[in-house]
Every structure is written in structure tokens, then in C-alpha cells.
Design a protein around this ligand. Sequence first.
Ligand code: KIV
Length: 283
Amino acid sequence: MAEKKTVATLLKMKAEGEKVSQVTCYDYSTAVRVNDAGIDTILVGDSLGMTMQGYSTTLPVTMDEMIVYGRSVVRGAKDTFVIMDMPFMSYQVSVEQAVANAGRLIKETNANAVKLEGGAAVVDQIRAIVDSGIPVCAHIGMTPQSVNAFGGFKVQGKGEENARRVLEDALKVQEAGAFMVVLECVPPKLAALITKKVNMITIGIGGGAGCDGQVLVMQDMLGITSGFVPKFVKKFAEIGEQMTNAFKAYDKEVKAGTFPTEAQSYVKSDSSDEFLAQLDGEY
Ligand code: KIV
């Protein structure tokens, strides 16, 4: 039987050169499947604002919403390590607010760690959350909550000055106590260099194969996302097409009257013909 993954088992994987898998997940049924597939870690990402709620950015997602999705995931993820994303403005205002909200995410979902975006700018928050006993995954490079500051979802760390800044961010979040860092849209050679320089687990998304592990958004990798899909995504299935075809087939059968048949009906416990005739007469 598999055992619940921990910070220690994940760090041991890095030390032994074993890759760490991660996928985003937002509901119970999918979490059971992710768990059964043996994926190491789940990120309940604030990407749920886009994938589950239909917003164009992650910015509107609230703490209360994260908690509802997170609780459902944790109930399905028996062995998988679950990381809760801290939504926009749940940690930026003050260190106290960051610790209080990280605490809420863990207390109210029973997840194993929190993730927050930003490098040097959030090291005080990371240190205080870690000091309160909560493992922290940092997130640097392209940080979607800063979409307005970046002027779009753009690759970060291009050019020497930016590359130095991303590397320094990684070293600073590690120094503050992060055990894992997501490197999003960071040029692969820079991501590989960061991976070599830190003891934290580096998780790439658009960061190349040199990271310690990879994360993909569930709807992207299952082929459910409609519309724009980033270049770094590989579709491991075409579930979206299968869903549309299944809904079409159902719609057709309902309208043709060919669903349900006796096979889908509780015929054995049905009322007698005499009783139904009596009801027919009464009403
Ligand atoms: O919110 C999210 O899903 C993320 C991943 C894309 C890393 O932050």
C-alpha cells in the first residue's frame, strides 16, 4: 500500500535524482484518480479561477472559494501531497495576514502545504509561515497574479539582468525556508542552473526538463481546455472531445426516446397494473 507523501519523502526524491510529478486538481472525483495514478503532489491552484470559474485571470479568486475546492481535493487524495495556492491579496498586505490565511488554508482543508507567488518581495511572509509550522512552496518567474504588472502572461528571466533576478529570487525563497519552488515560463537552461544551485525541489511549468519535477494544469493535459493552450502543454488525452461526444450521444438518445430502456429502469419494484389503473381513475 502506498504511503502519504511528506516534505521529507519529496526532498529524498530530489536527493536521489527521482523526478516529482505534480498536477493541478480542484475536485474530489479527479483527486481520487490522480491519487490512484500515483502522482506525487497535487496543486489546488488558483488557476481554478480560470479553469473552473471561467474568469480570464486568477485575480478574482477568494480564500473562501479556495477552501471549498481544497477540502474536496484533500478528501480524495489519500496518499498524494496536497498544496493549497494562496489567492491574490491573501498574503501581500502584511506578514500577519499571510500567516493567518496560510493557517486557514491548512486548518480548514487539511492540506499539507501552501504556495505563494513572488521572490524577494515575499520572503518575510515565507519565513513567518514556515516558522508557524506550515511548509511553503514558492512560485517565481511568470507569476500569474502579476499579470497586470507584466502586461500579459509572458516568459520571465530572458536577458542577463532578468536571469540574475530569477536566480536570486530562488536563492532568497530557499533562504526564507521554502521546500519547493515552481519555476513558471523560465528559460530551460536557467531553470536547470537554479535546480543545480538549490536544495529545494524545483517544479517546472514551461521551464524545461532540467527541473526536479513538472506541473501541468489538469484541463490542459487532459485536453479539456477550450481555446488557447500554452506552448509548454502536452495533451496526454483528448477527454474534452470524448465529453462533447458523450453529451451529444446522450442528447440524441433522450430526444429519440431510446434512453432509458428497461435496463436502466426499476421495473421489478414497479406498482401493479391494477393499482396504476386505479390511480388513473382517481385523478
Ligand atoms: O494556479 C496554478 O495552477 C499554478 C500553476 C500553473 C503552477 O500556479
